[in-house]
Design a protein around this ligand. Structure first.
Ligand code: SAH
Length: 250
């Protein structure tokens, strides 16, 4: 018996891995993150007798479900949104499983920052422009260590993706201006890969009003950086003067 932490992907039920889908198809017990996992993913749960929404469970209640599944010898598909390693709160569940002596495995998923890049048809790393992606958030109910305060992160002007932060958007834009120039492109992607997906593009100068007018207050990623500029450096990789040797992948 095993617990499988499965990344469901960002929303589109086809953006789950084959491996994740196959495990869900066989699992007698399913626990899914009801707030963000697309319910259509549950259609894959053909054998499940027991389906729980983790939004309605505390850790002790989840522990009970894991314990009962162990007694019954039933595998558990624990379905998380996006990729489980990013703001997935899997660590505390793994500690519980260690206590119970239950084995577990993680099946990665497509994270929402990747789905947002796809929605924007955007490469996040461009030669001579930016080779670093920072994934972060601002503090909400969950604190953020002082060393990673947004004003620190903007110093090197990375391609920046902010999760869980849209509610504080106006303040965030002001802090971004401490590192990036006012003309830096920024995009807000609401529900990337869902039918109701919405994209708002602008610069640090004009984005706050646009996002307010679009009424986006949750389930959105904030993507910032010079790479989002249409004029940003054309990739050297396929340039005729760039040695063939480098195309093999450094
Ligand atoms: N593990 C998830 C992130 C969970 S935290 C992942 O890898 O994507 C929840 C936050 O993720 C939301 O507040 C929002 O910022 C972002 N998010 C999740 N799904 C999203 C989507 N489809 N489009 C845009 N942002 C999304």
């Amino acid at each position: 018996m095993k617990v499988y932490f499965i990344g469901a992907g960002p929303g589109d039920p086809k953006l789950i891995t084959l491996k994740g889908k196959e495990i869900i198809e066989k699992a007698p017990v399913v626990i899914y993150a009801g707030s963000l996992v697309n319910k259509e993913i549950l259609q894959y749960a053909e054998k499940a007798k027991d389906i729980h929404n983790s939004a309605e469970l505390n850790l002790d209640e989840m522990k009970e479900i894991f314990k009962k599944a162990k007694e019954a010898g039933h595998d558990v598909a624990r379905i998380h949104t996006g990729d489980p390693s990013i703001y997935g709160a899997i660590n505390e569940q793994m500690q519980v499983l260690d206590e119970l002596g239950i084995d577990y495995e993680v099946i990665p998923g497509v994270s929402s920052f990747q789905a947002a890049a796809a929605a924007l048809k955007q490469e996040l790393t461009l030669p001579d422009v930016c080779q670093t992606i920072t994934l972060s958030r601002v503090a909400g109910r969950t604190p953020v260590p002082e060393k990673e305060a947004l004003r620190e992160l903007v110093r090197t002007r990375p391609t920046l993706a902010l999760f869980l932060s849209i509610a504080q958007f106006a303040d965030i834009v002001e802090t971004l201006k401490e590192g990036y120039s006012n003309s830096t492109p920024i995009a807000v992607v609401y529900k990337a890969s869902w039918p109701e997906e919405k994209i708002v593009r602008g610069t640090l100068e004009d984005i706050a009003l646009k996002v307010k007018e679009a009424g986006i207050t949750k389930t959105a990623l904030i993507m910032v950086g010079e790479v989002l500029s249409k004029e940003a450096g054309a990739s050297l990789l396929y340039d005729k003067n760039f040695s063939h040797m480098y195309r093999s992948g450094e």
